[in-house]
Design a protein around this ligand. Structure first.
Ligand code: XIL
Length: 357
């Protein structure tokens, strides 16, 4: 069943007709809303093409898709002046045919940059390349991608303050100005798309995560003070099962975000299970519990505009590339197992989406 009607922004169709009663300082709580929060997943275009059962599962379960890699620089802009849109276009066609929304990911990131970008020399050249890339990619899909991760992972692991930006070709050539440059270029290329700053490691207990929350708020405020266009914060939510969710810290962050009149999206939820017991039933329950703690903390304070997981099925997940289990058992970070069967994680996401917790 494709549920394409509700829309990422939650502003189309039934969502508009549903009265929203603000019940907390941070805005409407999930309790006042009856339309489910749209669910989506990162997808792999090659697998969508080659694997019919996976494709069917995406159609059946996702109202939103986001390309796991096919809109990143190496795929879409592999050489200077050369753009390759084939795979991104396949995804756009797939989504259109199945009434699924597409989120764009990502435009200004330190990671996974094609080798040619290392030769970007001057400040002027960097600005030209960054703006040119964003203009070209965002305007190609103008009107068809209602939400873009413009800035991805801007902060260093343990930031001192908002100026602790993760080193990249952009920080080295443009300094902190790369953020307003990217966001303004995206706004100019598609004035109707929602501009998202996406960040990770902000939900856990511990000094490093508290420092990240503080720096993120300061970064958001500094952008607001400079009138930089930005609509939402994406919480990636790669949850590490061996860490604890800092409910109070996370909720304080969300209140700050809401005070800045920014929306919240959960953009890349998965539970990294490399430290968990091998037994599948036990592991799946702990994974779902971790996600439930996170979603519970979030949905108590704000209604996320969307909940996306970073992959739909354990058949296709980035987790083993970086976080392989030492016992050699396959990772199980996602809502569907490798046979595309629903796991407890699927159910817990459904409960929060539908507010039936
Ligand atoms: C990952 C993809 O899943 C991998 O396939 C790719 O090789 C590297 O990037 N945060 C992000 C995503 O914002 O873009 C990352 O995706 C996962 C972490």
């Amino acid at each position: 069943m494709a549920l394409g009607a509700s829309g990422i922004a939650g502003l189309s169709g039934a969502a508009l007709a549903t009265p929203q009663t603000p019940t907390s300082a941070a805005g409407a709580s999930a309790n006042s809303i009856r339309v489910p929060i749209p669910y989506g997943a990162a997808v792999r275009v090659d697998a969508l093409t080659s694997d019919a059962s996976y494709r069917a599962a995406v159609i059946a379960n996702c109202q939103i898709v986001v390309p796991e890699g096919e809109m990143k620089w190496p795929d879409i802009h592999p050489a200077r002046g050369e753009y390759r849109f084939e795979k991104a276009d396949v995804l756009m066609d797939f989504a259109r045919q199945n009434n699924i929304e597409v989120r764009g990911h990502t435009l200004a990131w330190y990671g996974g940059m094609p080798a040619w970008t290392a030769a970007i020399g001057s400040r002027a050249e960097a600005e030209r390349e960054l703006v040119g890339h964003i203009e070209t990619v965002v305007s190609r899909y103008r009107g068809a991608i209602p939400s873009w991760d413009v800035v991805n992972e801007p902060l260093v692991d343990w930031p001192e303050d908002e100026s602790s930006l993760r080193p990249s070709i952009w920080t080295s050539r443009l300094g902190p100005d790369y953020l307003p440059i990217a966001l303004r270029a995206a706004a100019a290329a598609d004035p109707d798309t929602r501009l998202v700053l996406n960040e990770y490691d902000v939900e856990f207990r511990g000094a490093r995560f508290a420092a990240r929350r503080k720096a993120l708020v300061r970064l958001l405020r500094s952008l607001r003070d400079r009138d930089v266009p930005l609509h939402a914060v994406g919480l990636q939510a790669h949850l590490f099962a061996d860490r604890a969710i800092d409910r109070d810290g996370l909720q304080e962050l969300l209140v700050e975000i809401a005070t800045l009149k920014l929306d919240v999206l959960i953009t890349e939820l998965d539970v990294i299970d490399y430290g968990l017991p091998g037994k599948v039933g036990e592991r799946d329950a702990l994974v779902a519990d971790m996600a439930g703690q996170f979603l519970g903390a979030v949905c108590d304070v704000v209604r996320p505009r969307a909940i996306l997981t970073w992959g739909l099925s354990d058949r296709y997940t980035w987790v083993p590339t970086y976080f392989k289990r030492i016992d050699g058992m396959p990772n199980r970070p996602l809502p569907l197992d490798a046979e595309l069967k629903r796991k407890p994680l699927f159910d817990v996401i459904e409960q929060y989406r539908r507010n039936t917790v």
